[in-house]
Design a protein around this ligand. Structure first.
Ligand SMILES: [Zn+2]
Ligand SMILES: [Zn+2]
Length: 123
């Protein structure tokens, strides 16, 4: 197994979706490859669910440096969270825009955010 192959199955491996036989080549690769070992170590520090909890603080710049670095590392190795972060950022800027223009400055309820996003997606 090479690094590219490892990264392809990395998520399943880390979420322990593989059978013991499927895990074996990954374990072997991690044992001999410092790069991929550091991916495993980094991802062990923050799960996708934890990342989602920190999203607001992250975008507000409210995370301390350590946590922020861990967050960045996770986004760097997890395409799902990278995508999630991007769409979340967009949602936030959209709701900030609409708050500035035609709604009073109050918290925008989630259904509205979703509606705004949907409206954007469809022509
Ligand atoms: Zn590797
Ligand atoms: Zn993730």
């Amino acid at each position: 197994m090479n690094c590219a192959e490892f990264k392809t199955g990395c998520k399943e491996y880390l979420e322990e979706l593989f059978s013991p036989e499927e895990r074996r080549p990954y374990d072997a690769h991690v044992a001999e490859c410092p790069d991929c070992r550091s991916i495993v170590e980094k991802s062990a520090r923050m799960s996708c669910r934890e990342l989602a909890e920190f999203l607001d603080d992250y975008l507000d710049g409210a995370l301390d440096a350590d946590l922020r670095a861990t967050f960045d590392e996770h986004v760097g190795i997890c395409p799902d969270c990278e995508e999630y972060l991007r769409s979340y950022e967009l949602t936030r800027s959209l709701s900030a825009e609409s708050a500035a223009h035609d709604t009073p400055p109050e918290d925008v309820p989630e259904p509205l955010i979703e509606a705004i996003l949907k409206a954007r997606e469809s022509p």
